[in-house]
Design a protein around this ligand. Sequence first.
Ligand SMILES: *[C@@H]1O[C@H](CO)[C@@H](O)[C@H](O)[C@H]1NC(C)=O
Ligand SMILES: *[C@@H]1O[C@H](CO)[C@@H](O)[C@H](O)[C@H]1NC(C)=O
Ligand SMILES: *[C@@H]1O[C@H](CO)[C@@H](O)[C@H](O)[C@H]1NC(C)=O
Length: 385
Amino acid sequence: MPSHKRLVTLSLVSLLLFPSLCFYWTIYDITSGGINRWNGTPPIPANSFDYQPNSESSSSSATTEALMDFGGFDNETGRSLDGRFIVPNLIHYIRFNKTTFTFVDYVCLRSAYIQQKPERIYLHTNVDESNFTGLYWKRIRSEPDLYGRIVLQPIELPSEIFNQPLSDGWRLFHGSDIARIRTMMKYGGIYLDNDVYVVQNLDKYRKYEIAMGWDEGQFLGSQVIVAHRNARFLPLWLDTYRQYHADLWYYNAGERPTTEILHKQPELIHRVKWRFGVHMLMQELYDSMDWPDWQQNQDTIHLLINHRSYLDPHFKEYSDFNERNIRHYPYMFGELARLVMPDRSPATSTTSPSSISDSVLLDWETNLMILDDGEQVRPPDPSED
Ligand SMILES: *[C@@H]1O[C@H](CO)[C@@H](O)[C@H](O)[C@H]1NC(C)=O
Ligand SMILES: *[C@@H]1O[C@H](CO)[C@@H](O)[C@H](O)[C@H]1NC(C)=O
Ligand SMILES: *[C@@H]1O[C@H](CO)[C@@H](O)[C@H](O)[C@H]1NC(C)=O
């Protein structure tokens, strides 16, 4: 009998013998929610930052007016407003044409949720929620507090910019580059690429007009943006698309705003040289078993997940991560991921056998088991043995 099958059988037997473990199912029961998350923006908690998106802001608000003008803003010291941060505690992800949450998406979302405790997590997407699929979307929905902060915000995939059609091949990527600038101009907050892992709370950047990763001798990194919606850099950045280079991957997203704007006016941003981890960290993440002081030295880490196939020497052994194979994945990304996984193991009594969650993954909605390779199978008939 293959070993995974033996494990599965063992766990099913333990489930039958120890029905108390069944509360595992109820804890992670799917919350029905009931509201239409496409249209109904949940109320903002009373104690929250007085945030309003541009389109809805009451222009008479003194607070809003005070923030309209960043002329002479000090990019080193930042500014508070009556002792409060000026950037709202909102996280923004952009998900064009993505119906499935990967394990890495899930890890990154949870890291942001745990470290930042955002009021809202906006998923700006052109996919209807009814078309969201996969185990990790179910995992997200199964956590009421996390799911309750998520707002699905419909957004169209851009097809052109300043009357120039977007590149066919890179439309999803260039579209996301443009959409993140517009999203920040509308709401402000914290924009994260879907593969950005949050190591520490980012509140220390919420006092700046805009903070971005920009290493010495490099172009600006657009994977992490902490900004007020009126940051002066944002419209200038968008304006660089008047000369859009459809054939160049990173021209408008990074090169042109760096050379045309920031080389001349570095005071427009709070420069974060490496704490945002948007430089090359492939070796640290996927080829080292030790990365001294990473938690002290990084605030975020760009996981470079789409570049693993050609840069990660162990890619073939772990071409896809999931909550099973991450348990024995030996390189640093494994540690990062395990740190933010929810504690799913039941509070077992000392007489309990090894918990179910250690041996097999069960999708509690479909009752299917998930194997290492992500394949979903029906549990074997226990009488089979
Ligand atoms: C995005 O998804 C839609 C609907 O599935 C599809 O028609 C379109 O071609 C996709 N766009 C890109 C750029 O892949
Ligand atoms: C779901 O996706 C399919 C295929 O892309 C599309 O035809 C359908 O309209 C989508 N449904 C919703 C509700 O968005
Ligand atoms: C602030 O702006 C100045 C230029 O006025 C620049 O030299 C400096 O690097 C900036 N500091 C930070 C932290 O971005």
